[in-house]
Design a protein around this ligand. Structure first.
Ligand code: ADP
Length: 635
């Protein structure tokens, strides 16, 4: 065996993460065992999956298991698996760098305060590095399945690690932790047993440890050792709901997702019949930092208890990518590949179940309202659905767009602010509050709640006592466009088309008369603003403001147009309709204005202030400022 060893320095970010882990997770350090066992179980999953098609990989070593070995003389705890193993290059790549660029960016961007927040740190997937919570130094001896070379990696977490040839005759990985003085309790049977039971009971491979047994009494007393299994080793999701405690569901979630926080909720279901399927799906409490990564799903696919793949996008639609958990199918073939998944009818069935059960869970949370729950050991009043909405509401909006079959259910889960009060409201609440003569669901868009709330477009609606939804998320307008209606009531934009508000005969008559009287002014305004507006008409939506701009019924709203332009799209300039308020003094003044120049200045101002009121810039800000100054001087 070559005595030479190679020295490598850790990638800078590794040092960063290492010190983060060691400093912030100190009081939770028993989790190192969960993390390392979970890595070992993943390695066995990988092996058993590969061995399905490459039978040679399994060899003689068929009993897949994780072993824990305590060596009191050496002061070491060893975690050993006969999983997939790591090659020379994998040892360097996996344990010397942080591969996921997202983790790296997160590590760089965290402030000192945030670094104390373990829930954030949990998002790194610190896994392996947690070994240094209890160990001064760590040796990793590994042989890749199918290879006859064993390599050893060793580090004391002081900025570098060494790689040399190692000794191990069979495939798999062995982590030898040289325990710190204050972590020597892990050389004892009970602390290890307790920790495994607490965190890793459901790990689907047996976790074994050698323990001492004393038999007989007095002189007959005899101490022997024997290997015992420390965990139940049955996949948690295969057990009956009634037998599983909340704490077990929560621990399972944490080991599966590497999250440090309890999940917000879960659904555990079994489907029997033509297709057989078990699923355990969780909603995290906080959005993971890489939620933006559309190609990632957090649901693992199993077939008859055999792990098949992470990130099973085929069975979880993109908009549900925040869900975590497992789906275990009895029907798919064990050697299922992504290509087969994409074509198999079972996949569509599974996907449908995942969507349906997730929606049912969300509906349950939405109906629950505020409840008292245990949060970090304290009873607190929480509204789980509102928590969910603030983290993942956007995903449901995406769902409306993409999940055609579930649109109605998704619409029932949407939440908006409205002119009713400052709370979030569902559409059913809104419809329940509609006044007798109100036909439609009204909404207005704006860059902020304040702009939306003070939009001139909603004046007449407010006067009639109609509630208006205030939409500030750029995708809201697309969502209601896609929905068209809710509970038989159409969505109507306060800034588009004619509002068609119910009018009494007298109101109708009065309006017609005003229109007639105002006709010459409308014509003059139309001419004066020819290059800016499509037409000018009398409004039925204003009560206090002199004028506003509206889009055609079928057209894009000004807000949508602006969003698209800001996102770099080439949107043709759309001319809109200027609506004027016949009862406003400014309009009445215009009627009697004879000076053409002055009329031109005033009409330009009228148009600009309509733009400003909806959060846009005047056509020519310089000219606008000059006109206002002139007006002020004259006053
Ligand atoms: P994560 O598990 O979040 O990817 P870790 O730091 O825990 O991050 O591990 C890094 C990588 O090292 C793993 O993704 C895996 O490829 C490899 N690894 C860790 N432990 C083992 C093991 N026992 N057997 C095989 N590979 C392992």
């Amino acid at each position: 065996m070559a005595a030479t060893s190679e020295k490598h320095v850790f990638q800078a970010e590794v040092n960063e993460v290492l010190s983060l882990v060691v400093n912030s997770l100190y009081s939770h350090r028993e989790v190192f065992l969960r993390e390392l066992i979970s890595n070992a179980a993943d390695a066995i999953d990988q092996l058993s999956f590969r061995a399905l098609t490459d039978h040679g990989l399994m060899g003689q070593d068929e009993e897949l298991q994780i072993e824990l070995v305590r060596d009191k003389d050496a002061g070491t705890l060893t975690i050993r698996d006969n999983g997939i193993g790591m090659s020379h290059d994998e040892l360097i790549g996996n344990l010397g760098t942080i591969a996921r660029s997202g983790s790296r960016k997160l590590a760089e961007s965290l402030s000192a305060d945030q670094k104390k927040d373990i829930s954030l740190i949990g998002q790194f997937g610190v896994g392996f590095y947690s070994a240094f919570l209890v160990a001064d130094s760590v040796r990793v001896i590994s042989r890749k399945a199918g290879s006859d070379e064993t390599w050893e990696w060793e580090s004391a977490a002081k900025g570098d690690f060494e790689i040399r040839r190692g000794e191990r005759e069979t495939r798999g990985t062995e982590l030898v932790l040289k325990l710190k003085d204050d972590a020597k309790e892990y050389l004892e049977e009970w602390p290890v047993r307790e920790t495994v039971r607490k965190y890793s009971d459901y790990v689907r491979w047996p976790i074994r440890m050698e323990i001492e047994k004393t038999t007989g009494e007095g002189d007959e007393k005899e101490t022997t050792t024997e290997w015992v299994a420390l965990n139940a080793a049955s996949a948690l999701w295969t057990r009956n709901k009634g037998e599983i405690e909340d704490a077990q569901y929560q621990e399972f979630y944490k080991s599966l997702s590497h999250d440090w926080q309890d999940p917000l909720g879960w659904t555990h279901f079994r489907i029997e019949g033509t297709h057989e399927l078990t699923g355990l799906l969780y909603i995290p409490t906080k959005a993971p930092f890489d939620l933006g990564d559309r190609k990632k799903s957090g649901v693992r696919l199993f077939v008859k208890r055999v792990f098949i793949m992470d990130d099973a996008q085929e069975i979880v639609p993109e908009w549900l990518r925040f869900m975590r958990g497992v789906v275990d199918s009895e029907d798919l073939p064990l050697n299922v590949s992504r290509e087969i998944l994409q074509k198999d009818a079972t996949t569509r069935f599974i996907r449908k179940q995942v969507v349906g059960k997730s929606l049912t869970l969300l509906e349950e949370l939405a109906n629950e309202g505020e409840t008292e729950r245990d949060v970090d050991g304290e009873k607190q009043k929480v509204n789980r659905f509102e928590q969910f909405w603030s983290e993942f509401g956007r995903s449901l909006k995406e769902g409306v767009y993409h999940e055609f079959d579930s649109r109605e259910r998704l619409a029932g889960l949407l939440r908006f602010r409205s002119t009713h009060d400052d709370e979030l409201h569902g559409l059913a609440d809104y419809v329940g509050r509609m006044t007798e003569d109100q036909k439609s669901i009204y909404y207005v868009t704006g860059d902020s709640l304040a702009t939306a709330k003070s939009s001139p477009h909603i004046e007449a609606l407010a006067k009639r006592g109609y509630e208006v939804l205030l939409m500030t998320d750029p995708i809201d307008e697309w969502v209601v466009d896609a929905l068209r209606e809710f509970d038989g009531k159409q969505f109507v934009s306060a800034a588009k088309g004619a509002l068609d508000l119910p009018e009494s005969e007298e109101e109708k008559k009065a309006k017609e008369e005003k229109e007639k009287a105002l006709a010459p002014v409308l014509e003059r305004l139309g001419k004066s603003l020819e290059s800016n507006v499509k037409s000018v008409r009398v409004t039925d939506r204003l009560t206090d403001s002199p004028a506003c701009l509206v889009s055609d019924g079928g057209g894009m709203s000004a807000h949508q147009e602006r969003m698209l332009r800001e996102a770099g799209h080439d949107v043709p300039e759309q001319q809109r309709i200027l609506e004027v308020n016949p009862d406003h003094p400014v309009i009445q003044k215009l009627e009697s204005m004879t000076d053409d120049d002055q009329f031109g200045e005033w009409s330009a101002l009228l148009h600009d202030q309509a733009l400003i009121a909806e959060g846009a810039l005047p056509t020519d800000p310089g000219a606008f400022a000059r006109r206002v100054a002139q007006l002020m001087t004259k006053a």
